[in-house]
Write a protein that binds this ligand. Structure first.
Ligand code: PMP
Ligand code: GLN
Length: 380
């Protein structure tokens, strides 16, 4: 059989490769981003409660109303933005799916989509599968700031979408108020949809509030906001997230959604809805992860790595230029096999495989895991 691949240049994701290698070599896994601790027992008990009380058939296509109401409350509490639970919020099987569906619903063959590199790895394949053209803009290293003049120079009549991500994976950085205003001015009056991947929205550190697109009225009108409960309540394996967008965009988005998955895991939606009535479940998250960040950075402060700034997410970048000249992909593999510590090399998130000698380490881990990892990092 002749297969004409829609993704001829795509292999297996770096997360699958590095987590597999970590298992094979019995290495500490700070590569793929997930907590090595369990979610709150209260949440697990609620999941079991809803499974045992009859919530085991299809959920509504939009998501269960109590959860959509909670999401609306989160948007109001955190960003003073009102989203109608009936028409402007939909529950999704995770953020990856949500982003894919944004592209499926709005990108036609030949449409251009601007992404910022290093770029979370699910964006560009989604664009390519739908015949869209990826227009990468490199963030400026060090610091990973956006050169807005460069962005403006890439916008033309074919530009249909801009995907942003703050707090940023893999950089661990956050966009500023000025960035969001630049974007708001750039898209105003144009037929450009902004997809704002805000899965780390509750993990912005150092008392600098997360700059959600929901805070900017001009942006909000042209934007689909994506988030994921995987990050917020330590349940990456549940794959439940959501999109929030103005009614007209949401109508179109749901046309695709209803035929891609139709509905999302019912008892887990109910459990999340009840759990999230306690606002501390998301409002306290930034302190929880800021403490982990600080603990990890303190443990590795004596190492030969350069510790990059981390203003959000649960990822810490380390620059190894004082330690080795190796390619980042080679070093990440060697450290996993020989030193028993797995990380993620940054170059895989660039179209041109730009290698700034950076590895990404996930600190969503128990203290003892961070201590063991730090010992290895300090020995290099
Ligand atoms: N976007 C970013 C930036 C991410 O880091 C992740 C990671 N998990 C996702 C989207 C996907 O989230 P989900 O697991 O809910 O699909
Ligand atoms: N978002 C997670 C990370 O960046 C991984 C998700 C995945 O494995 N696809 O590590």
């Amino acid at each position: 059989m002749q297969i004409k691949s829609k993704l001829p240049n795509v292999g297996t994701t770096i997360f699958t490769i590095m987590s597999g290698l970590a298992r094979e070599h019995n290495a500490i896994n700070l590569s793929q981003g997930f907590p090595d601790f369990n979610p709150d027992q209260k949440l697990l008990d609620l999941a079991s409660k809803y499974m045992n009380t009859g919530f085991n058939q299809y959920a509504p296509m939009q998501g269960v109303l109590p959860l959509r109401e909670r999401i609306s409350e989160i948007m109001q509490t955190c960003y003073r933005a009102s989203f109608n639970p009936d028409t402007e919020i939909t529950v999704t099987p995770g953020a990856t799916y949500a982003i894919y569906t944004c592209v499926a619903a709005f990108i036609n063959k030949g449409d251009e989509v601007i992404v910022f590199e290093p770029c979370y790895d699910c964006y560009t394949p989604a664009i390519e599968v739908h015949g869209g053209i990826v227009v990468p803009v490199e963030l400026q290293y060090p610091g990973f700031g956006i050169d807005w003049n460069l962005v403006k120079s890439k916008v033309n009549s074919k530009t249909k979408m801009i995907i942003i991500n703050s707090p940023n994976n893999p950089c661990g950085t956050t966009l500023t108020e000025n960035d969001l205003k630049e974007l708001e001015n750039l898209v105003r009056g144009k037929n450009i949809i902004v997809v704002s991947d805000e899965v780390y929205e509750h993990m912005a550190f150092d008392n600098k509030p997360h700059q959600s697109a929901a805070l900017y009225p001009g942006l909000r009108e042209q934007c689909i906001i994506v988030s994921s409960f995987g990050k917020t309540v330590h349940t990456t394996g549940w794959k439940i997230g959501y999109v929030a967008a103005p009614k007209e965009l949401m109508n179109e988005w749901r046309k695709v959604h209803q035929f891609l998955v139709f509905a999302v895991n019912h008892p887990l939606q109910m459990a999340l809805a009840e759990y999230l009535t306690d606002k501390s479940t998301y409002l306290e998250l930034k302190n929880f992860y800021q403490n982990k960040r600080d603990y990890f950075r303190k443990l590795i402060s004596g190492s030969r790595f350069i510790i990059e700034p981390c203003t959000g997410t649960y990822f810490q970048l380390l620059n190894y230029k004082n330690i080795s000249n190796e390619k980042d992909t080679e070093l990440a593999i060697r450290l996993t096999k020989e030193n028993k510590l797995a990380s993620i090399p940054l170059s895989v998130f660039y179209t041109n495989k730009t290698d700034n000698k950076l590895l990404r380490f996930c600190f969503a881990k128990k203290e003892e895991t961070l201590e063991k990892a730090a010992e290895i990092i300090c020995s290099l």
